[in-house]
Design a protein around this ligand. Structure first.
Ligand SMILES: [Zn+2]
Length: 104
C-alpha cells in the first residue's frame, strides 16, 4: 500500500532554484524566464528558455495534488512550496547583504 509522506533531504539549493518548475492544477510556471501556461504532462524542460526541470513544486501540496503530480511528472522530485520559498527568500537576503558588503 502506497502513501505519500514527506522526507527531509539535503539539497544544493542553487540546483533546486535553477531546475524547478512551479505548477498549479493545469499549468506550469518557469521561474527562470517567467513563462506561464506551460503544459505539464511529460514536461522535461522549459519550452521557452530550455531550462531542464528536475524539481517541481506547487502551492497546493495536498497529498492528492502530490500524487497527481507524481503521475504526470514521475521523473521530478516534489519540493515543499514553503521550503522552496523559505530557502530562496533566505538566499535572496544573503545576496543582498553580500552586495551591500561589496559596495562598502
Ligand atoms: Zn523558462
Amino acid at each position: 500500500m502506497n502513501e505519500m509522506i514527506r522526507v527531509w533531504t539535503e539539497v544544493d539549493i542553487t540546483d533546486v532554484q535553477s531546475h524547478i518548475v512551479v505548477i498549479d492544477e493545469k499549468f506550469g510556471f518557469c521561474p527562470g524566464c517567467r513563462e506561464i501556461g506551460i503544459k505539464i504532462e511529460g514536461l522535461q524542460k522549459c519550452p521557452k528558455c530550455s531550462r531542464e526541470f528536475k524539481y517541481v513544486t506547487s502551492r497546493d501540496k495536498s497529498p492528492a495534488m502530490v500524487m497527481r503530480t507524481k503521475k504526470k511528472l514521475p521523473h521530478l522530485t516534489f519540493v515543499d512550496y514553503d521550503d522552496y520559498e523559505r530557502v530562496t527568500g533566505k538566499k535572496k537576503a544573503e545576496m543582498l547583504f553580500k552586495n551591500i558588503d561589496e559596495n562598502q
